[in-house]
Design a protein around this ligand. Structure first.
Ligand SMILES: NC(=O)c1ccc[n+]([C@@H]2O[C@H](COP(=O)([O-])OP(=O)(O)OC[C@H]3O[C@@H](n4cnc5c(N)ncnc54)[C@H](O)[C@@H]3O)[C@@H](O)[C@H]2O)c1
Length: 451
């Protein structure tokens, strides 16, 4: 059994290596989360190796290229000059001191957590772990994943004698923690450094070791008492967002019926200096997090026989929004003496939110498919996607329509308000303009319908 003194000197040695940038960092999953994280650690002076099963991503990175729109190739090249490289070879994990896991956590077809990526990653890395390493799961997941999936897998598949350090249970060979990712794609106002990093260790030392590492790239770390608390923190944040968006989406429909401008109301309410945070309505929710993460908790809650009524209700309201947009479009066309069936409709913006190149769970695609199902002849424009797959299985490839062709359409539906859209010009060129984002605020035109 390791003495208190031995443990504190092991932690001090870890901190000293971090401080001197002697630690090597492995980041598993070179996606929207893992790649920016790799660049941050590289910039901070660490030797970073990025791991991915996608050979194309690995070779693009090693050739100094980028596949994420907001990351420029020169940033990859700068990291390479500081020792960054990518690999598909998991055995190289043994050369690293910290291993940060940033792989997908989607839903299965039955809306249950799909843990295959996390499980696959831990299965693959476990045999290559070595004593003294820190393993941190960053993927969003249900409370219990770190202690019930990651820890047992590491101990079962790790080199003989692998033992994860727990409080009051002796040394252990590996430190394990959970630290949720709070990346906000497209957010240019809050630098990543300023977003505090929450950490929960399986042991107190693991939490402290992870916090020491993250302090090199984040201004503040928040250490909580367990991985479960850290896992739940991330879900609370996203469920809070999902529920509040559902609330304003429901109130938007009421306000429209009552002839009240919901956006004016939200702006007025937001002047209250306490007790109110503004959320805005839209055509639905999208992205890899907000539509997905709440289901991780409702699935887990069922195992505890606990209800999650807010999650179910918010899901119901938000999922109905694309149909509401389509119904509003249909009615607006009828007022013009046209029918939705046969109408030529241009959908502006297919990304799930403004100024990003991410289509995952985008409500715009649902709007697109519902419009098509209603018989409309639908085209789209998105500066971030020259081509997209639409249709039931997203296999029908379409090209982005140039904006000069706006006058040809019976109706334009703004689903995503990318900054480069010149809204007054687009409204002026449109016969009918359906605005789901309040992008036409201040534009006085009879052909605008807000919804
Ligand atoms: N994208 C965001 O804005 C965001 C924000 C906060 C949290 N998250 C969470 O972060 C996690 C990662 O999300 P993302 O958006 O970066 O996903 P992503 O799909 O962009 O990237 C994940 C990467 O992991 C790789 N991968 C999958 N299995 C692997 C394996 N066994 N070994 C190595 N690599 C593997 C994939 O090839 C892919 O490149 C998810 O849990 C997500 O919920 C994402």
């Amino acid at each position: 059994m390791q003495s208190e003194q031995e443990r504190s000197s092991a932690l001090a040695a870890w901190n000293a290596r971090v401080e001197k940038r002697e630690s090597c960092i492995a980041i598993i999953g070179m996606g929207y989360v893992g790649l920016p994280l790799a660049l941050l650690f590289s910039e901070a002076g660490f030797r970073v190796t990025g791991f991915d099963i996608d050979e194309k991503k690995v070779s693009t990175l090693n050739a100094g290229g980028s596949y994420i729109q907001r990351i420029e190739p020169k940033e990859i090249a700068a990291a390479q000059a500081l020792g960054f490289r990518a690999t598909t070879n998991m055995s190289e994990v043994s050369e690293c001191d910290a291993v940060l896991i940033c792989v997908p956590t989607p839903l299965t077809g039955d809306h249950e957590p799909d843990m295959s990526y996390v499980q696959g990653t831990v299965d693959a890395l476990a045999p290559h772990t070595r004593s003294g390493q820190l393993i941190v799961l960053e993927s969003t997941t249900y409370p219990g994943t770190t202690n019930e999936l990651v820890v047992p897998t590491l101990e079962r598949l790790g080199p003989a004698g692998t033992r994860v350090q727990r409080n009051g249970e002796g040394a252990g060979s590996l430190m394990v923690a959970f630290s949720p990712e709070r990346e906000d794609p497209g957010n240019t106002t809050t630098p990543r450094r300023q977003v505090p990093k929450v950490v929960g260790g399986v042991s107190a030392d693991a939490g402290q070791a992870a916090a020491a590492l993250y302090r090199t790239i984040f201004n503040r770390t928040v250490v909580v008492s367990s991985p479960e608390a850290a896992e739940m923190t991330k879900l609370l944040e996203n469920i809070y967002r999902c529920v509040n968006i559902a609330l304003v989406n429901e109130l938007k429909q009421l306000c429209l019926a009552m002839g009240i401008d919901i956006w004016e109301v939200i702006d007025a309410a937001a002047t209250k200096p306490f007790g109110f945070q503004a959320f805005y309505p839209g055509p639905g929710i999208g992205g890899h997090c907000i539509p997905v993460d709440p289901f991780y908790l409702s699935w887990r809650a069922r195992q505890f026989n606990q209800p999650t009524k807010f999650i179910e209700l918010a899901g119901e309201v938000n999922e109905a929004m694309p149909a509401f947009v389509v119904e509003t479009t249909r009615r607006a066309l009828v007022r013009e003496g046209k029918t939705l069936s046969g109408a030529r409709v241009l959908l502006l913006g297919v990304a799930y939110k403004r100024d990003i190149d991410d289509l995952r769970e985008s409500p715009a695609l649902t709007v697109f498919n519902l419009l098509r199902k209603a018989g409309a002849d639908v085209s789209y424009n998105d500066p971030y996607f020259p081509e997209v797959g639409v249709g039931r299985k997203y296999t029908l490839k379409l090209q982005s329509t140039p904006l000069e062709r706006v006058p040809e359409f019976d109706c334009v539906v703004l689903a995503t308000d990318h900054s480069e859209y010149d809204i007054p010009a687009l409204v002026a060129a449109s016969k009918l303009f359906i605005d789901t984002r309040n992008a036409t605020k201040g534009v006085a035109a009879a052909n605008v319908v807000r919804c």
